[in-house]
Design a protein around this ligand. Structure first.
Ligand SMILES: [Zn+2]
Length: 427
């Protein structure tokens, strides 16, 4: 959900300006010891208050076979029109529907809870919503989105915030469980099993760490309910983490925030760093034992917005083994905003993230049903095959496209599950 960012417009800019794009780097010249030992120790002490992300000897091994063997579900005459347009579409469509396509963030559950939105019925897209439903998932080859369990900042850190999350989880499950073509998924194995059976899989993530109310018990309650990631903040700084678009209160994470991340690691719940401040991002990387995600963020080198991430952050993300899932929101992918963005801008952001971080660390996080403007050519989930075509057109291999469509996201989810099981002493 990013519509509330839109309402704020560029008011976040002063906060962004206050956040350094890189953290101070502390180095101690050991050759000058002991003469400068005292100074060196002082330097080390100062370093500890601004942790750099720990370098990890992470080698991306896409051991998951992210294929479900699906067939082309695009209807006629659209399919024939595309094939007549460019023979490359034959390869694009075969690849797209055969791949497990994930999406880090769709806000449809808010509609389901508040507007009695029937997920199994086809809806005509309208401004800002009705981008995803089951028929559109089937047509667009979207196999396993994360349903965003979004809690508005207006709930604050009151019990009502947690109640709101629980109510949305219950409604999402109620609707999904009543439908034939889709099942709830709570693990990577679930996603593989469900999608290979020809059905769609729905995962869930919590957006808005304030709903945890700083409590590991609440985190465990929501994880039991099925959430598989927590976006540490929404647009608001909360009692344990700073947001990208709000006041700096902790200069990143405080001790409660670090404890919550350790518990997420233990539970196998992914740490989602979309919406957080740059300092929170680096603090989270320093703490998290599992790879992290950005469920719906784009790149700042192309579109200067505090919700997007810098090239330095992209490199740190790759060191961590995580994934950035590129947000389609027009304001995040085109500098001049709402009306000029096109599908090509999405591909540009994917391509830039791949150039800087590597092809193993990039995925899709549309923000469908959570943003007021989408780029021309990407009006709803039925348009997703155009991402596959756009990447092939730029020379990407089938294997690399499959990673971006979902392989990377599934790898990170599996890795978080593996580390969680290890921390719980189960493996
Ligand atoms: Zn959001």
């Amino acid at each position: 959900m990013d519509s509330s960012v839109t309402a704020q417009g560029t008011s976040a800019a002063p906060y962004f300006a206050a956040i350094p794009s890189t953290l101070p780097v502390c180095r101690v010249n050991v050759l000058r010891l002991p003469l400068f030992a005292a100074l060196a120790l002082l330097g080390l002490a100062m370093c500890s208050s601004a942790p750099e992300p720990a370098p990890r000897a992470f080698v991306a091994t896409d051991t998951l076979d992210s294929r479900d063997g699906g067939t082309i579900r695009l209807g006629e005459p659209a399919k024939s029109r595309l094939l007549a347009e460019d023979p490359l579409w034959e390869r694009a469509l075969t690849l797209h529907y055969d791949a497990i396509v994930t999406d880090g963030h769709i806000d449809t559950p808010s509609l389901m809870l508040d507007d009695a939105y029937a997920f199994g019925t086809r809806h005509t897209p309208r401004s800002g919503s009705h981008h995803v439903d089951l028929p559109k998932m089937i047509e667009g080859g979207l196999d396993a989105p994360f349903f965003s369990i979004y809690v508005s900042r207006t709930y604050g850190e009151a019990p009502a915030a947690t109640d709101r999350a629980l109510a949305m989880i219950a409604e999402a499950k109620r609707q999904v469980e009543a439908l034939d073509g889709i099942e709830m998924a709570y693990s990577t194995d679930d996603v593989l099993r469900i999608t290979r059976s020809g059905k769609k899989a729905a995962l869930m993530g919590l957006e808005g760490g304030h709903a945890l109310r700083g409590s590991k018990d609440v985190l465990r309650l929501l994880a039991d309910g099925g959430i598989r990631y927590v976006t540490l903040t929404h647009t608001n700084t909360n009692s344990w983490a700073d947001a990208a678009t709000d006041t700096v209160r902790w200069n990143g994470l405080n001790d409660t925030g670090r404890d919550l991340i350790r518990e997420m690691n233990r539970l196998g719940v992914l740490v989602d760093l979309s919406h957080v401040s740059d300092s929170t991002f680096y603090d989270a990387l320093a703490v998290s034992e599992a790879p992290v995600i950005l469920s719906h963020s784009s790149v700042r080198a192309l579109t200067d917005h505090p919700r997007n991430i810098t090239d330095a952050m992209l490199r740190a993300l790759a060191d961590n083994g995580g994934v950035i899932m590129i947000n389609f929101f027009s304001r995040y992918i085109a500098q001049d905003g709402s009306t000029s963005a096109t599908l090509d801008d999405i591909i540009d952001h994917i391509d830039h993230a791949v150039q800087i971080a590597g092809v193993d660390y990039v995925g899709l996080g549309s923000d469908f049903d959570g943003v007021p403007f989408l780029p021309r050519g990407m009006g709803d989930a039925t348009r997703l095959p155009h991402i596959t075509y756009g990447l092939l057109k730029r020379g990407y291999s089938d294997d690399d496209v499959r990673k971006i469509l979902g392989g990377n996201t599934l790898r990170v989810l599996a890795e978080a599950e593996r580390i969680g099981a290890k921390l719980r002493g189960e493996r």
